[in-house]
Ligand binder design. Structure first.
Ligand SMILES: *Cc1c(COP(=O)(O)O)cnc(C)c1O
Length: 427
């Protein structure tokens, strides 16, 4: 599989950045572990510099961060920190020691890793409340508050205790942004931990324009997940989680293993050791490839990179809107990220399509859902194009094209649309 090919629009992380690749080769050659400063001094300093920069971009003053093996683990770390903050006794006594059931809130379109985190943290997936989203896939703040109040009023043998709200900035399928400011207001009102899952959308923080439009209030969050291996095009894996409060990562996870961490070392300051802050022991060097890439591009280069992806995605949306042949139905006419969701319509069904912005009747949707899967098979067998598809809620299968590789140009978008038609018109 050549995921760096510009006709590969299948995955959130794709493309092959050559500077990042060079960094990965150096990393592999150095082959060191990130748990102590003693054995990775330069790489630890690079982590400090890059993570501080990312916190500055978020708008944190101070704070702490760590690189994780993927956004899922970043989200797990955020849930663990929140659990530690609200129920510190969990670290030693476990959740059985609690007089209440901690409850988490997340939107019905959020990533499944919030449930993974609830399960892994011993809180249980039944204690994850899925909050309704609006027609654009954004969490409805009034629904969130309603659910929180319902939990507070719950009268069972064990009381429920809301403590964590996940606000997704860039949902995995639609690329929708939950409204940060109103959700932050609700968290402040009820004293809840606010986490922002920007694993996908985080790259837009680098663009002045999109930061202002999508992330208003982001600095109010207690924690933020942000994957440079997605929109920023860094090689896999590179995921970060940022905490507003310094010290909480360490207090939450510290076990003081004597064989690794000796605070009487006289040749450096042991506060540079990172190994006791995380639920891992050994940790891969994921920073060098990102640092090198950032050095090569600079802030202005990254801004151009992100704005360029958004411009190509907007071009694809415009092409789909401008097409009046009945070949496409755009599910959401104004994507907020680089996810473009659409149905392809073969010739025999075009007479039942009112416009390329109007959802067809349910039976036609079912038909289009089946056609989507068949067309994907044709793509795979031909080997000329790759676009992911999925159902969402009760909406049958539709395509989700992703523009997260800067090598994808307008001519590639034109090719993709023509190729869909070439492969699928007779389905
Ligand atoms: C991709 C994604 C994740 C998970 O990240 P991994 O690096 O694949 O573990 C979490 N949340 C959102 C919104 C995502 O898009």
């Amino acid at each position: 599989m050549n995921q760096g090919h510009p006709h590969y629009l299948n995955q959130l992380s794709c493309g092959l950045d050559l500077v990042s690749l060079a960094g990965e080769w150096v990393t592999a050659s150095a082959n060191t572990n990130m748990f102590t400063y003693e054995i990775a001094p330069v790489f630890i300093l690079l982590e400090n510099v890059v993570l501080r920069k990312m916190r500055e971009v978020i708008g944190y003053k101070g704070g702490d961060s760590i690189l994780c093996p993927g956004g899922t683990v970043s989200n797990i770390n955020a849930v663990l920190c929140a659990r530690y903050k609200h129920f510190p006794e969990c670290k030693t006594k476990g959740v059985h020691g609690l007089p209440c059931q901690p409850v988490l809130f997340t939107s019905e379109h959020s990533h499944y890793s919030i449930k993974t985190a609830a399960s892994a943290a011993g809180l249980g997936t039944d204690n994850v409340v899925e909050v309704k989203t609006d027609a654009k896939g954004k969490m409805i703040p009034e629904e969130l508050e309603k659910q929180i109040v319902a939990c507070l009023n719950y009268e069972g043998p064990v009381k429920k205790k809301p403590f964590f709200v996940n606000c997704t900035c860039g949902t995995t399928v639609l690329g929708a942004f939950d409204p940060v400011e109103p959700i932050a207001n609700i968290c402040a009102k009820y004293g809840l931990w606010l986490h922002i899952d920007a694993a996908w959308g985080g790259g837009l923080l680098l663009s002045e324009k999109y930061r202002a439009e999508r992330f208003l209030g982001v600095e109010r969050a207690d924690s933020v997940t942000w994957n440079p291996h997605k929109l920023m095009g860094c090689l896999l894996q590179c995921s970060t989680v940022h905490l507003k409060e310094d010290g909480i990562l360490m207090n939450c996870n510290q076990m003081n293993a004597e064989y690794l961490f000796q605070d009487d070392k006289q040749y450096y300051d042991c506060r540079f050791d990172t190994g006791d802050k995380v639920i891992q022991c050994g940790r891969h060097n994921d920073i060098f490839k990102l640092w090198l890439m950032w050095r090569a591009k600079g802030m202005s280069g990254f801004r151009r990179h992100i704005d360029g992806l958004m411009a190509t995605a907007e071009y694809m949306t415009e092409q789909l809107k401008a097409d009046t042949s009945g070949r496409f139905v755009l599910l959401w006419p104004e994507p907020e990220c680089v996810n473009i969701c659409f149905w392809y319509v073969p010739t025999r069904l075009r007479s039942s399509i009112k416009s390329n912005l109007t959802w067809p009747s349910k039976p036609v949707q079912q038909d289009l859902g089946r056609i989507t899967a068949q067309l994907k098979s044709r793509m795979m067998n031909t080997g000329t194009l790759m676009i992911n598809y999925q159902p969402q809620g009760d909406t049958p299968n539709f395509f989700r094209a992703i523009i997260s590789n800067p090598a994808v140009g307008r001519d590639d978008v034109d090719f993709a649309l023509a190729e869909l038609d070439r492969l699928g018109h007779d389905l």
